[in-house]
Design a protein around this ligand. Structure first.
Ligand code: ADP
Ligand code: MG
Length: 219
């Protein structure tokens, strides 16, 4: 469960006026829900995701994940939470160019000193339709395959909360459909909670629940 209470984020610039990116937002997302977030550019979508991902601190308000006030725990515990509970997918794939598909996917586990389960990696490559691309380097892949690799890297860590910031923003319609199908599958099969930002009305409407932001507020 993700519970957001009276969350505000104000960016204070050195010599210009402050930007209120999030304005007193309250929102609660149950385990296993698939929520899409829409809204025009600058409405606060990415800021909201960053607060939930614990990569930036709110100005006021709280974010609870499974009852834990994530911005109030020590940095060391936040790092563990980010590694084990929260997964984030961006529009750009951020793959390591010198590592293969398979190596990119297992890297976070290795960095976390965990041993990847061979069968899980196989199942994941199958879900992502990347079995025959496992030895490819990122620059030998299509955009869709790169994004699927980036998604695999996050899914192998089995986060209970999956955040996605316009994950299909660089993809054509066929690859967009494939990526969305993977996310819907993992949401249904593994019960992951998903919050996904999109500009695409059609994708926005795929989820049971759609949230629209405007000027840092939920409409
Ligand atoms: P969206 O993702 O909906 O396009 P953002 O959350 O990125 O919007 O930004 C919301 C507002 O906050 C915008 O006006 C943006 O310019 C401002 N903003 C975002 N990040 C920063 C930052 N690091 N410093 C200052 N202002 C920021
Ligand atoms: Mg954004």
């Amino acid at each position: 469960m993700v519970e957001i209470k009276k969350l505000s984020k104000v960016y204070k610039m050195s010599n210009s006026e402050a930007v209120r990116a999030l304005d007193n937002i309250s929102l609660s997302v149950k385990n296993g829900e698939f929520v899409t977030i829409m809204g025009s550019s600058g409405s606060g979508k990415s800021t909201l995701l960053h607060m939930i991902a614990c990569v930036d601190v709110p100005t006021s308000g709280t974010v609870l994940i499974d009852g834990v006030n994530i911005h109030k725990i020590p940095a060391r515990e936040q790092a563990v939470l980010r590694r084990q509970k929260i997964g984030i997918i961006y529009q750009s794939y951020n793959l390591i160019p010198t590592l293969t598909v398979e190596e990119n996917i297992i890297l976070p586990l290795l960095l976390d000193k965990r041993v990847p389960d061979k069968e899980e990696v196989e199942n994941l490559l199958e879900l992502l339709q990347l079995q025959d691309r496992r030895k490819h380097l990122p620059n030998q892949l299509s955009g869709g395959q790169q994004q699927r690799t980036a998604i695999g890297r996050v899914l192998l860590e089995k986060p209970s909360v999956l955040l996605a910031d316009e994950p299909t923003g660089n993809l054509d319609s066929r690859n967009t459909e494939e990526v969305m199908k993977i996310l819907q599958d993992t949401n249904e099969k593994n019960g992951q909670t998903i919050l996904l930002i999109t500009h695409d009305e059609q994708i926005g409407n795929m989820a049971k629940r759609k949230i629209i932001l405007k000027d840092g507020k939920i409409l």
